[in-house]
Ligand binder design. Structure first.
Ligand code: FAD
Length: 457
């Protein structure tokens, strides 16, 4: 190891990442299992199943399970650093969607079981005569269905991201509020002490998460504000360099990202995620390479030096820190090279001479964003760079076309312990998926393959 961890932590060095990253998914699954099992146990403890009637038990059980899963789905995207840094943003969003879908299925089952044990049949849902608790349940169900429907159809409809996100957040909070009112007014699940404690616990957790996400994190971003140092418009991307204002900079791991806000205060709703491309050894300086794509990225290119901006981060688990690797292979498509730049710059600053291979693929030479740094990094690292272009210029001496198994195989460093090479892939989703498949065919263990997608949402 080229950097010391004795005597405190140097900027940009982190301990125990690998173990925590391996354990995090298991721990999270245990939390989900507990969220499902504890309410069942409560239900069966307070009253024996046969005394309650099987339809009633089923309706209560599905209601309990659905509320627990909704709470978990609500907590996941709330930027809790322990979750974003150890689960990773990709897995986190996958689980968020999966939990929400299972919760919808449970809500549907709950409605069926309620109908089965109700004397009124469908009349129980007649909103003209229904009590507030039924109104609350109806509002929660409609909001939940609308949320899932809008999320599923987003790819095909391509609405403006910010508008879609606002509606998603409003619907999610409506689901939480209406479900809480339904449970409180119905008093079925809270009649017994254990059930009440469980729901009060869930309610407190959700409230704490809302305050953390929408109040505490922006306040922290205001305390740790940054000012724009430099904006350089390049052919393939705009480089934006920020400097910590009145603090020493928020530490991060190379490869992590932050949500950037450029409004008058950190409480503005619009924010976009960008990977920090600079070295983790200089937390007071944060550089981003930004590809113009839509309105926000266009605005960034026009930022003036001295402008105050806010960062919510760092987040993400796409980092080499904490891994016991003997070599690294970084595979990037286009602007997906930003986390690789941060990792390479950090390795260089730390004097870490472990073998590193950087494979960058792009359409034209403008997409080769690493080139500005290439010579500088080459002199300080044991680095081999492979460039692949789809539309190369006339005097091109690199690879042509797409990343193939042959190119990848030739680039993999031959190590005394081959299993300790870690692969980092970031780029467009089809490229990441194809590369993962190639590595699988080459026999690389999946735990050595780390991916990041910029279009996860
Ligand atoms: C973890 C992560 C790291 C990223 N790092 C970089 C980077 O280093 N450099 C870079 O150029 N791009 C990066 N991106 C992509 C960048 O966030 C989007 O290109 C940017 O938000 C587009 O905003 P826009 O308004 O200019 O374009 P739009 O046309 O509004 O959006 C284009 C697409 O970008 C995505 N997007 C838009 N807004 C958001 C948002 N608030 N949150 C998440 N996704 C959004 C949506 O999929 C949308 O369809 C990263 C994305 C993620 C998820």
């Amino acid at each position: 190891m080229a950097f010391s961890i004795r005597g405190g932590r140097r900027p940009g060095t982190w301990r125990g990442g690998a173990t925590r990253r391996r354990l995090a998914p298991t721990l999270w699954l245990l939390v989900i299992a507990a969220a499902l099992a504890v309410p069942w146990w409560i239900l069966l403890t307070v009253q024996r199943a046969e005394e309650q009637g099987s339809w009633r038990v089923l309706s209560l059980a599905t209601a309990l399970a659905a509320t627990s899963l909704l709470a978990a789905a609500f907590v996941l995207p709330s930027r809790l650093r322990a979750l974003t840094s150890h689960l990773g943003v990709e897995r986190l969003l996958r689980q968020h969607r999966a939990l929400a879908l299972v919760a919808v299925a449970l809500v549907a089952a709950h409605v069926v079981f309620v109908l089965a044990h109700s004397d009124e049949g469908l009349g129980v849902f007649d909103l003209r005569t229904a009590p507030p608790r039924v109104w609350a349940a109806s509002v929660a169900t409609i909001a939940l269905l609308a949320m899932v429907g809008l999320a599923i159809s987003r790819r095909s409809r391509s609405p403006r991201y910010e508008g879609w996100r606002l509606v998603h957040v409003l619907l999610a909070n409506t689901v939480v509020l209406a479900t809480t009112l339904h449970v409180v007014w119905l008093q079925d699940l809270t009649r017994h002490d254990l059930g009440r404690i469980w729901f009060e616990g869930l309610g407190t957790l959700m409230l704490a998460v809302i305050v953390y996400r929408w109040v505490w994190r922006p306040m922290r971003a205001r305390r740790n504000a940054y000012v724009v140092d430099q904006v350089v418009d390049g052919p393939g991307a705009t480089s934006v360099v920020l400097h910590a204002s009145g603090h020493t900079g928020v530490p991060f791991r190379p490869g992590q990202f932050a949500w950037l806000k450029i409004g008058a205060s950190p409480f503005v709703f619009e924010e976009h995620p960008f990977t920090i491309a600079s070295a983790a050894t200089e937390p007071w300086r944060k550089e981003f390479a930004i590809k113009p794509l839509g309105d926000f990225t266009e605005i960034l290119a026009g930022l003036r030096p001295g402008r105050r901006v806010y960062l919510d981060g760092p987040h993400g688990s796409f980092t080499l820190d904490g891994l016991r690797s003997s070599a690294f292979v970084f595979i990037a498509g286009g602007v997906g090279v930003t986390p690789m730049l941060s990792m390479l710059r950090t390795l260089a600053d730390r004097g870490d001479r472990r073998r590193a291979v950087l494979i960058v693929a792009g359409r034209t030479a403008d997409d080769l964003l690493h080139r500005a740094d290439h010579e500088h990094l080459d002199a300080r690292l044991d680095l081999h760079v492979v460039e692949i272009l789809e539309e190369p210029p006339q005097d091109w001496r690199g690879e042509v076309g797409w990343l193939t198994e042959a190119v990848l195989h030739a680039a993999i460093p031959q190590q005394r312990v081959p299993g300790r090479v870690d692969f980092f892939i970031c780029g467009p989703a089809p490229m990441v998926a194809a590369t993962v498949r190639i590595l699988d065919d080459l026999g690389v263990a999946s735990r050595r393959v780390h991916t990041e997608l910029f279009d996860v949402v």
